[in-house]
Design a protein around this ligand. Structure first.
Ligand SMILES: Nc1ncnc2c1ncn2[C@@H]1O[C@H](COP(=O)(O)OP(=O)(O)O)[C@@H](O)[C@H]1O
Ligand SMILES: N[C@@H](CCC(=O)OP(=O)(O)O)C(=O)O
Length: 383
């Protein structure tokens, strides 16, 4: 249906050289099984992340541990077993947690940026784009995003609920190549190794079957949320989006540096399709909410140079749509050449069409960046 263009190949090549990696650290790793954050181990992780950045990779951290840190900081208070108590611990602990990351990254002259997300931020298309813009702005400036669920305010309805699933959604947000779920076990075993010392490590999972789901149990340490079971759901979400996922031992020496060199550690879940295929699948499945008619210059920028579509090249807007909805890109001869996600709603595009990107902010009084449709959110239709 769609052609595999030269630009697709260029994009894939660039991706291989510079990976975007989401690293998820469970409470079990960050505390090393103790009741408090283990700063020497955090430093170990930070050293490896600094090295990944030196190698040109884009690093995103999803960190658990806020509740454990809060409980320790408040000296293990007796609290009623309510959601409000957990939120209290998270509110206190998150500040402890982020301070620890900040101080340790400072040793390597690396800035960090905190992002606290909920399911609502990731499911709504507009909020998704806003969160993605922030994440990309941090990464473009070599600032490491440190992400956790916004436990202090999130209610059950809008929560992801566990950081394994959160990290899979973050990996999609970051358009990541790989997701590492770092935990207190070597990987996924054929039964819980805490209960069965003879359990065997599964080195690779090509497809997540009901059998795989059935061998993944919960967390018994009292530290983690979800155990292996949520890691399997996370791997399922990520691999369906073209993101290879590895469950690996977060306390093993140099584990992160070894994983990035593709050493065989832990349990690898192969991506079911390429990120590009996944994006195409998603865009083709989404209903089209409108059409942008573009001029000749924009047509050649989109088709031949695989550039983003700028407002300057838009001559007409058809339909009413919100930021984040999928629209068609049409030539003045009436030919649909691409589809993509609109960065601005139709009313805003009506005002900025034909204008230079530098004029967006003055025209609208705000801006969501220079482009009308980003190339990462666009697929070319076969012509
Ligand atoms: N099949 C399995 N293989 C490995 N670990 C398992 C399995 N089933 C259950 N587990 C449990 O999952 C735990 C890891 O999950 P969890 O405690 O939530 O850690 P984290 O804080 O890293 O998310 C392990 O300590 C282990 O007891
Ligand atoms: N958001 C929570 C962690 C939730 C969670 O999934 O924990 P874990 O299973 O240790 O990764 C916190 O910061 O305490």
């Amino acid at each position: 249906m769609q052609k595999h263009s030269h630009s697709d190949k260029l994009e894939q090549k660039a991706k291989r050289e510079q990976k975007t990696i989401v690293l998820k650290f469970g409470t079990s790793v960050l505390t090393q099984g103790s009741p408090k954050l283990n700063r020497p181990h955090l430093l170990n992780i930070v050293r490896q992340c600094a090295q990944l950045q030196q190698l040109g990779h884009r690093v995103v951290i999803v960190t658990s541990g806020a509740m454990a840190a809060g409980r320790h900081y408040l000296n293990h208070p007796q609290l009623p077993p309510t959601i409000a108590s957990k939120q209290l611990l998270a509110a206190v602990g998150q500040s402890q947690l982020i301070q620890a990351w900040e101080q340790l990254f400072e040793i390597y002259d690396i800035y960090i940026g905190q992002m606290l997300l909920t399911r609502a931020d990731l499911e709504d298309r507009e909020r998704f784009l806003n969160a993605r813009d922030t994440l990309n702005a941090l990464l473009d400036n070599q600032i490491i995003p440190i992400i956790n669920e916004n436990d202090a305010v999130a209610t059950a309805e809008i929560k992801v609920g566990d950081n394994d699933n959160l990290s899979a959604l973050v990996a999609i947000l970051a358009n990541a190549d790989q997701l590492y779920l770092l935990t207190d076990q070597q990987g996924l075993f054929d039964s819980d190794p805490r209960a069965n010392p003879a359990a065997k490590l599964i080195v690779q999972v090509d497809k997540i079957t009901d059998h795989i789901r059935s061998i993944a149990g919960g967390s018994v340490s009292g530290l983690g949320t979800g155990g292996m079971s949520t890691k399997i759901t996370a791997a399922d979400i990520a691999t369906r989006s073209g993101i290879e996922t590895i469950i690996a031992p977060g306390s093993q020496d140099n584990v992160i540096l070894d994983l990035v060199q593709d050493k065989a550690i832990g349990t690898k879940f192969k991506a079911l399709l390429s990120p590009l295929q996944s994006r195409k699948q998603w865009l083709f499945a989404a209903p089209s909410a409108g059409t942008l008619v573009i001029d000749q210059g924009a047509e050649s920028a989109v088709l031949e140079k695989y550039r983003s579509l700028l407002p300057a090249g838009i001559v007409q807007i058809e339909g009413r749509f919100s930021r984040g909805e999928v629209v068609r890109i049409r030539t003045q001869q009436g030919k649909d050449i691409a589809i993509g996600v609109a960065c601005y709603n139709s009313d805003a595009l009506e005002l900025i069409k034909g204008k230079k990107s530098a004029d967006i902010a003055v025209t609208l009084g705000y801006e969501y960046g220079a482009v009308a449709i980003h190339r990462d959110d666009m697929v070319i239709l076969s012509v």
